[in-house]
Write a protein that binds this ligand. Sequence first.
Ligand code: NAD
Length: 243
Amino acid sequence: MLKAKVSVVTGSSRGIGRAVAVKLASLGSDVAVVYHGNSAKAEETVRSIIENYGVKAIAYKADVSSYDETKELVKKIKEDFSRIDILVNNAGIVKDGLIAMMSEQSFDSVIDTNLKGTFNMIRHVCPIMIREKGGRIVNISSVSAIIGNPGQANYSASKAGIIGLTKSAAKELSVKNITVNAVAPGFIRTDMTENIGEDNPLIQMIPLKRFGEAEEVAEAVAFLASSSYITGEVLKVDGGIAM
Ligand code: NAD
């Protein structure tokens, strides 16, 4: 279904990003695996994608919060793959704390990675998609953007910013046949939520009474990356917690 397409997935050495990269590869897409910290995990992801699906996959190290680094990154990916059809902005961090005690550094770093990182990648990739007269962009937001979450003022703000960015970009880029959508996961079982145990009362607040899996988010991303008439949408994958 995505044969001959080229996908770029940020933060894809592990967690939701890895599941997205694997899902897109399983549908036939070549994949640029963008990672920040763990090169061994990124190389393992690339190896497993190539072995299991026979598509082209390359790992790239970059900090999405840097405008200049992402510019170089996108240039390199374009040289290696010749085109970019799908961009998934998944890289993200949390630095939770109550707003009355939140440091400026904690606020800034979360905004810089989550929101500015998403802008940086769209900024550098969209001229390529405009020249190609088409593209699919999927940004990973969070239900925290929609319903708020105590202790996550920085994170909720960054993820709500992503929703505004998604809708503006969707309206701007629609004339070039580029769709821009967001996925808003609820509680998904990854390293980011590893300190929330199975017995946490939070689980009782989720209508489906369990955490989601990274693969369940990846299915929604793949759906939006394959759709041609959905743009500016925010698709919740949250077991019903934010309905
Ligand atoms: P994770 O911590 O396992 O993965 C985050 C990835 O982002 C890692 O690969 C990390 O290296 C990468 N990253 C972090 N900073 C980066 C930077 N500056 N440049 C490049 N890459 C960077 O977390 P996850 O749970 O897989 O989260 C993936 C996305 O989903 C994040 O945007 C997160 O906010 C969002 N999300 C997660 C949940 C959840 O419950 N896990 C819920 C809602 C939204």
